[in-house]
Design a protein around this ligand. Sequence first.
Ligand code: GLU
Length: 308
Amino acid sequence: MPCQTNGDLQLIVEEAKKYTKLGKVADYIPELGKANPGDLSIAIHYPDGRCISAGDIDKKITLQSISKVISLALVLMERGNRYVFERVGMEPTGDPFNSIAKLETMPAKPLNPMINAGALVVTHMIKGDTVEERFNRLLGFIRELADDPSIGYCERIASSELEAADLNRALCYFLKQHNIIKEDVEILLDLYTKQCAIEMNCLDLARIGMIFAMDGMDPLNGKRIMPDDVARICKTFMVTCGMYNASGEFAIKIGIPAKSGVSGGIMGSVPGKFGIGIFGPALDEKGNSVAGLKLLEFLSKNYRLSMF
Ligand code: GLU
């Protein structure tokens, strides 16, 4: 079913767009710095297949940190909860996404899978013998979630990040010294930067949000894509640490499971109702899409979306 442009949604986007001026695109990954800060688009995907949108929803977004939720779901399925949570914790940090600070407060196990240190450990756990095999496993899972076999990754953004990834490199070496990761750091970074560079449009993103909202079930083909327990764990992390160190404020003001990325994407899952995909590359100082947050705030207030 094609996505319908929606007048009400368009009005909210126009209003929220004013806030793009307050943000800045991420440029620590040089290729991301080329995004247009004035962009803002949204798609909402319902479990009955309906989809409404506003803005240019054909623009492709790289997942960046949004991929962390999906790689977590995959490793929970491949390895089981016990194995995963022996290596990465469940607590929010209150620190920026790329902070190294808490790793020094022993044990060195990262506090959660949504910060970079924890996400690197999760990516390390993806099964397979080569980067290609592991990446294809993740990509296959993502294509299944979005029901879009054309999803791929942006090589330019992956290699731009790989060249500029010294902070993530440092996190990996620290984790390796403490025996939490055991593979070659460059191999892990190659896989991680490709994972972050997986790209799709808002509609795909909204569909993936919808699968999490429906507890891992694809209502459109009746297929269970992940156990409900895995979807539940992922949504809980989205609530407690999905919006970086603004997750508490987000829970109060908006109150839905969501995950953002430095590309300006936000994936939202309104439990039992629908999935949301947003693209707005101008970021606030904590790394969240500044207009994307406003848009969600308007939606949450108007349609009483908060789960609290
Ligand atoms: N690839 C990015 C990094 O690791 C993801 C960060 C993010 O989106 O928060 O720096």
